[in-house]
Design a protein around this ligand. Structure first.
Ligand SMILES: NC(=O)c1ccc[n+]([C@@H]2O[C@H](COP(=O)([O-])OP(=O)(O)OC[C@H]3O[C@@H](n4cnc5c(N)ncnc54)[C@H](O)[C@@H]3O)[C@@H](O)[C@H]2O)c1
Length: 409
């Protein structure tokens, strides 16, 4: 098997996740250099990969100023910093694993698609759900005609109250000034999956949503700006930061986002000084905490999507209705129930053998597929042109939400 070489641009949570594939499958993938401004993160990943000092760059700009040094680049910087490294890497002849959203600006998404066409770049956007056994099984059931023609899909994304607080109230994706609208940032996965399962073009879209709960007017009486500043609600508040981050039995995501020093002292310092120790009712967040989207497709098929940050569950659930039956599915419990009209309900078995990575197996699933394409040819099922379609629906839904109108596509 040909070993593929890669450079990692942005060695945060996602960059480290994809790089860890090389540690588990060194015969398939070798990381030859990384770019990361934060020295603790840079050294942590580079040390674990055994990279020499000269393979450690402070920024993607510095790394991509060098002649090409690998087959592909993983673009894992934050949302508003995808386009420039993606375009530059494609110009240098790298193939691309590009984190979603492709960009938080519509015209930049189009320029990435255009550049991929011009350069012949093999590009996979990290819509990792398409690579999970759960959604691949659903897609196969639909394609085999088990429920006839799909007429309606209802999908719920239960973000989880603690995840909403971590990423969208205290964390990286809390404000439109710095990042993407919630629908594009978090739920572009869901819109992409609905489009894939539907297998036809979306004609028009409508959306509602707002920031309802995580605002200062909902702060409990006497709550200080930071949890560790003697909050009187420490016992009862589900968002009390020490409860979420000082459980020393937990070392992975999301705890490893707050600091690279996972000792108790390191975590406390992060909560005292960093963004994750702030009271969730006293942050500078402005992204929505609930949103719904209605979609109409070209043959009259319909889809509804609900994203809620106020959920106990941390999973996706959906119902797919067809002309000959229905499917009910829960990604959390890994249950898919097929119910043909006039027939018996049947639990569909899932092959989870390969699903050892995050996102229900999608993180390594996309990597296996991408490396295979680089070795043997073919196009990614989440290529640039395909991914643009679901991004355009997200941009349109945001316009609908903010302009109070239905948007034709
Ligand atoms: N596919 C998915 O399911 C999924 C899940 C989470 C996040 N994401 C996306 O992945 C991307 C990265 O998210 P993350 O959670 O890893 O964030 P992160 O903050 O952990 O990582 C981003 C890293 O980029 C680094 N960086 C900043 N400027 C840089 C530069 N000039 N050169 C090189 N590196 C630079 C930052 O220091 C940081 O370490 C985001 O766009 C996010 O939306 C995708």
């Amino acid at each position: 098997m040909k070993q593929i070489t890669a450079v990692v641009l942005g060695a945060g949570s996602r960059g480290s996740t994809y790089a860890s594939y090389a540690k588990e499958h060194p015969e398939e993938l070798r990381i030859v250099a990384i770019a990361e401004p934060r020295q603790d993160r840079r050294d942590q990943l580079a040390d674990s990969l055994g990279l020499p000092q000269e393979a450690r760059y402070a920024t993607w700009q510095e790394l991509l100023a060098q002649p090409p040094m690998a087959d592909c680049a993983f673009v894992c910087t934050l949302d508003d910093d995808h386009t420039a490294p993606a375009l530059k890497a494609m110009d240098l002849g790298y193939h691309l694993l590009l984190e979603k959203p492709m960009s938080n600006k519509e015209e930049e998404c189009r320029s990435i698609v255009q550049k991929a066409k011009e350069t012949g770049c093999k590009l996979a956007v990290c819509h990792v759900l398409r690579y999970t056994p759960f959604y691949m099984t659903l897609k196969a059931l639909i394609d085999e005609g088990c429920i006839g023609e799909v007429t309606t899909i209802n999908q719920i994304e239960n973000v989880g109250y603690w995840h909403q607080a971590h990423s969208f109230v205290r964390g990286n994706w809390r404000t439109l000034r710095e990042t993407s609208p919630m629908l594009l940032q978090k739920s572009c996965h869901d819109i992409d999956i609905i489009l894939w399962l539907m297998g036809k073009n979306c004609k028009r879209v409508q959306s509602f949503g707002s920031l309802r709960h995580f605002t200062s007017k909902n702060a409990p009486k006497g709550a200080p700006l930071r949890c560790l500043d003697g909050c009187p609600h420490a016992e009862t508040c589900p968002y009390y930061a020490p409860k979420l981050y000082l459980d020393m039995t937990r070392t992975g995501w999301p705890v490893d986002v707050i600091t690279t020093d996972l000792s108790e002292a390191g975590r406390r310092k992060a909560l005292e000084e960093g963004p994750y120790g702030r009271c969730v009712y006293h942050c500078d967040n402005d992204v929505v905490d609930r949103q719904v989207v209605n979609m109409e497709f070209e043959d009259g098929a319909l889809a509804t999507f609900t994203m809620t940050g106020l959920s106990a569950d941390f999973s996706r659930q959906l119902k797919i209705f067809g002309t000959k039956g229905q499917i009910q599915a829960d990604m959390g419990t890994k249950e898919i129930v097929l119910h043909p009209f006039g027939g018996e309900k049947r639990l569909i078995p899932l092959d989870m053998a390969q699903a050892t990575s995050g996102h229900g197996g999608g993180d390594f699933g996309i990597m296996r597929d991408f490396l295979n394409i680089l070795r043997n040819g073919g196009e990614s099922r989440t290529g640039a042109t395909i991914s643009l379609q679901s991004h355009l629906i997200c941009f349109a839904a945001e316009r609908s939400r903010t302009q109070n109108t239905v948007i034709p596509l």
